[in-house]
Design a binder for this molecule. Structure first.
Ligand code: ATP
Ligand code: MG
Length: 266
């Protein structure tokens, strides 16, 4: 299915643009269908509108023109409350409450919808289990490594069992080994729980490893210049990461991206 097909989409964007009050055209004419169980990466240079596009999908920023439609029929983009529980958002910084234990950080999205601590306990425990942190429910964020904090942030995003997980450069600040481990664990969680992902990254290697679709973007104005499918089976592991097919995909995506960078020079 290409990005412009109109069938079986969880959320679809049609010719969506975003102009900020200061006149910056952050995103121009973006069309995209996010299908059930897609793993989509937004890849592109700084300022090409990746975060803006993600925030539009999340309803955190209003679209200036175009249409966004959820499969439930709820029109989003105007901060429609109806869609809130259908998505989870993970930022580059884990953004945990330092004064609250891991359990309470993960409980937060449920607490905000009126679920008591006791009632939430089983699902909070499940979410911590998903990210491998069952034993850390009672510790404070300061006692955790950067990778573990990011795991808590992922558990918090998944505790409402959203259909769509939005991730904005979630592993950019982590060391290489931790990033690889989190990539693998994220793929395992995604395969088991079958939600869809939009993953923002600067890394060609990370996007090829994770995604079934890569949306390549260019800046000034922010726009989509290419969509590349990575038709490789899951699970993907070290055998895939070290394969010639993986390298070939990385080369093709790099070439597309260099086209994007070239555009910026003109
Ligand atoms: N709130 C805002 N007001 C005005 N301009 C903005 C705002 N947010 C983003 N922009 C501009 O919109 C463009 C796209 O920004 P955006 O943050 O979406 O890019 P990005 O692809 O996420 O970049 P990065 O890789 O650096 O995170 C940039 O030119 C940016 O300066
Ligand atoms: Mg960004």
């Amino acid at each position: 299915m290409s990005s412009t097909d109109s069938t079986a989409a969880l959320v679809s964007l049609r010719n969506v643009s975003k102009r900020f009050a200061n006149g910056t055209l952050a995103l121009q004419g973006m069309s995209l269908n996010v299908g059930e169980h897609d793993f989509i990466s937004f890849l592109g240079p700084s300022g090409c509108g990746k975060s803006t596009a993600l925030r539009l999908v999340a309803g955190l920023t209003r679209i200036s023109s175009g249409e966004m439609q959820w499969s439930t029929g709820a029109a989003a983009g105007q901060g429609a409350g109806k869609i809130d529980r259908d998505l989870g958002f993970v930022f580059q910084e884990p953004t945990l409450m330092p004064w609250a234990k891991v359990f309470d950080n993960v409980w937060l999205p449920l607490k905000l919808t009126g679920v008591s601590r006791d009632a939430a306990a089983p699902v909070v425990k499940q979410a911590l289990e998903m990210v491998g942190l069952s034993r850390f429910a009672d510790v404070y964020p300061r006692e955790l490594s950067g990778g573990m904090k990011m795991r808590v942030s992922i558990a918090r995003a998944l505790v409402t069992r959203p259909r769509l997980l939005l991730m904005d450069e979630p592993f950019a600040a982590l060391d290489e080994m931790t990033r690889i481990k989190l990539n693998n664990d994220l793929l395992a969680i995604w395969r088991e729980h079958r939600f869809s992902v939009i993953f923002v990254t600067h890394s060609v290697y990370e996007s090829v490893y994770l995604s079934n679709r890569i949306v390549v973007m260019a800046a000034r104005p922010g726009r989509v210049i290419d969509e590349i499918r990575i038709d490789e089976p899951y699970p993907r592991g070290e055998a895939f990461r070290t394969s010639s097919r993986y390298n070939a995909h990385c080369q093709a995506v790099s070439q597309s991206l260099h086209g994007a960078l070239h555009d910026v020079d003109h």
